[in-house]
Design a protein around this ligand. Structure first.
Ligand code: GLU
Length: 471
């Protein structure tokens, strides 16, 4: 097995595509149209910094425009290259189709090590990159809407939105040109933690499907499960934080760039994150034992493994030794096509990236709708809902002749605000998509995994959309 060569990320995504497309009734021509990336724009631009001109290379790839705008994050990392950006753009097309976010797929990247630059320098670089994309409509509220990804966050999105506004001074929908903005710049409550929250909802839904839990070799509920997390960035941190503080899971190991920390009794994620920010690494954290060879810890015994860092970390070289019963792909593409085959044959359940990390784009969709409607969710209904609930409880108390509990009243009287509505929309999206994957997987014996089921569902929706366009 290990003598096989590892495909690139793009090839890996294509192999998964090929496997699923062979199970769908589709013409070869349409299949090819869906598979290819429509376009990838490469830009090399210079920025004057520290007394000299520095040249940066960036990409924005559009995989499919069967729906517009196209959607997908912009990452800042030294790993960025055309192959990666195109693979990620393709995953965005499938992800949006699967969770019914009405977008085509796109992705951007800038080849940069953000740790090497000061914040005001990153601002200059970001604005210049945004300028290059905006003038080609590769950032635009109705055509192409970026979002945060690895190495970018609210700060970069605020600069991009501001740059768009400066170049389009009379555009009333300017805020909708990018999502993941800070709340005071047109963002939405719950976007920062959305991907991690989505991972939590995905696992909760997995444990509601007893047949899937049985296949994985686990039993019972999420409570008490031993979890290893790779990458304590925005996604990994929020997933680990929610699962340990709200679902009773134990985070037994966390893998970071400088090594891993292990504690079989469970790691306090908030304390670890504080340590990580202060020390730029996990080494020296007092609440767990440190080991320098982090990647070895991916192979440690656990119930659930959450790769939340990079693509390709579970590959032909280590797949045979992975012991987790369930792998949930919080990152994009962490399990290569070859590793996927080995693990699926061994009975490991892989909850695939295009579903598992779709919480981010789902809440991006809500933010985009909020920006276009120019009103916060719940603003009109909250008080009205609260007063209707008051009337209902008063009548109920009159009929039963005794008061209902204060706890019930407090919960029931509170009308839903933006956060409650965002969470409700996200949870519903994650539950519905899982149920569809489960039913597709269990109803067709040629479908061997949740991933193949996710691809079959997504590709069927994209194909239907192309057919309706007359292509
Ligand atoms: N970068 C995230 C992803 O890979 C979010 C994309 C978005 O919100 O558009 O799904």
């Amino acid at each position: 097995m290990t003598s096989r060569t590892e495909p690139t990320f793009r090839e890996s995504v294509n192999m998964m595509f090929d496997k699923a497309i062979s199970l769908i009734d589709i013409s070869p021509g349409l299949a090819q149209k869906i598979k290819v990336c429509n376009s990838t724009y490469t830009v090399r631009f210079g920025v004057k910094l520290r007394g000299d001109i520095h040249t940066f290379t960036g990409y924005r790839s559009v995989h499919s425009e069967h729906k517009e705008p196209v959607k997908g994050g912009i990452r800042f990392a030294t790993s960025v290259n055309q192959d990666e950006v195109e693979a990620l753009a393709a995953l965005m097309t499938y992800k949006c189709a699967l969770v019914e976010a009405p977008f085509g797929g796109s992705k951007g990247g800038l080849h940069i090590d953000p740790t090497q630059w000061e914040p005001d320098e990153i601002e200059k670089i970001t604005r210049r990159f945004a300028y290059e994309l905006i003038k080609r409509d590769l950032i635009h509220p109705s055509q192409n809407v970026p979002a945060p990804d690895m190495g970018t966050g609210e700060r970069e999105m605020a600069w991009i939105a501001d740059q768009f506004r400066r170049m389009n001074t009379s555009e009333i929908n300017a805020d909708a040109c990018v999502t993941g903005k800070p709340l005071n710049k047109g963002g939405i409550i719950g976007r920062v933690e959305a991907t991690g929250r989505g991972v939590q909802y995905a696992l909760q839904e997995f444990f509601r499907h007893k047949d899937d839990v049985k296949t994985s070799g686990l039993s019972g509920s999420l409570a008490g499960k031993r979890i290893i997390v790779q990458g304590l960035g925005n996604v990994g941190y929020h997933a680990a934080h929610f699962l340990s503080t709200e679902d009773g899971c134990k985070i037994t190991a966390v893998i970071e760039r400088d090594g891993a920390v292990i504690n079989d009794d469970g790691i306090n994620i908030n304390q670890l994150q504080t340590h990580l920010i202060e020390n730029k690494g996990v080494k020296g954290f007092s609440g767990a034992n440190y080991v320098s060879n982090g990647s070895e810890i991916l192979e440690k015994d656990c119930d659930i493994l959450i790769p939340a860092a990079m693509e390709g970390v579970i590959n032909l070289s280590n797949a045979q030794r992975i012991k987790a019963n369930v792998i949930i792909e919080a990152a994009n593409g962490p399990v290569t096509a070859g590793a996927d085959e080995i693990l699926t044959a061994a009975g490991t359940i892989i909850i695939p990236d295009m579903y598992a990390n779709a919480g981010g784009v789902t809440v991006s969709y809500f933010e985009w709708v909020k920006n276009l409607s120019h009103i916060r969710f719940g603003r009109m209904q909250r008080r009205q809902q609260a007063s209707s609930n008051h009337i209902l409880v008063e009548e109920m108390e009159r009929l039963i002749g005794k008061p209902v509990s204060e706890d019930f009243k407090n919960k029931f009287f509170k009308g839903a605000g933006e956060l409650e509505l965002v969470r409700s929309g996200l949870e519903d999206t994650m539950c519905t998509a899982y149920q569809q994957m489960h039913d597709t997987w269990r109803s067709n014996e040629n479908i061997d995994s949740l991933r193949t089921a996710a691809y079959v569902l997504a590709l069927t929706k994209v194909a239907d959309s192309y057919r309706a366009l007359g292509l």
